[in-house]
Design a protein. Structure first.
Length: 184
């Protein structure tokens, strides 16, 4: 993606839908939720690169139970802002998670295809437990049925950017979540 001017780049940030403060507050709640479930037992936070990296970094600092962190990378193929349905794992976990309490940390659940594919793979590794926490959920868009244990924000069918989420690899560093504008 190329921008000829900074104002072109900025013009695609349509409006803020979730502020940095709102995110911070919800993450504190999510951290308490995790602490309550595991009650001092060690956990492994697994996140899918790259979209979840900022959420994971903040969430990890909101939990008090002993926690390890590991990453995988999955590519869901997109035509513009629409998922094509194909999911490919491009980086595997380093940690052997068999016998571990695992939490899958997701940025956004849209059609549900990426997560359902990844969850199937994780279950085959025999974790002791497997929970799902997602920053954003777009339930209207679901194609594959999926439930989460904790969803921080439910949003309508919009393409969003910021706080880890990208459009064409840009905008991940915005401290808030905004609606992306496709108009030129
Ligand atoms: P799903 O497989 O359709 O559920 O899509 C999951 C992945 O698509 C997410 O992990 C994101 O990388 C990407 N995605 C879905 N919706 C959005 C969005 O609104 N903004 C940015 N990325 C998105
Ligand atoms: Mg993405």
């Amino acid at each position: 993606m190329e921008f000829s001017t900074i104002s072109e780049y900025q013009s695609k940030i349509n409006r803020i839908i979730i502020t940095a403060d709102e995110i911070k507050q919800k993450i504190a709640e999510a951290g308490k939720f995790i602490d309550n479930i595991y009650d001092g037992k060690p956990i492994v936070l697994v996140s899918i690169l790259k979209g979840s990296f900022i959420f994971l970094a903040d969430l990890a600092r909101a939990v008090s139970v002993p926690c390890e962190i590991d990453f995988m990378e999955a590519k869901s193929y997109y035509e513009s802002t629409e998922s094509s349905g194909e999911v490919r794992i491009t980086k595997e976990l380093k940690r052997d998670i068999s016998g571990c309490h695992v939490i899958m940390v997701e940025d956004i659940i849209d059609t549900g295809r990426t997560l359902s594919h990844v969850l199937k793979l994780l279950k085959e590794k025999n974790p002791l437990s497997l929970h799902v926490i997602t920053l954003l959920d777009k339930p209207e868009r679901r194609v594959v049925p999926l439930t989460t244990d904790f969803s921080l924000f439910t949003i309508p069918d919009l393409f969003v950017i910021g706080y880890g989420l990208d459009y064409g690899e840009y905008y991940r560093n915005l401290p808030y979540i905004a609606e992306f504008s496709e108009k030129a």
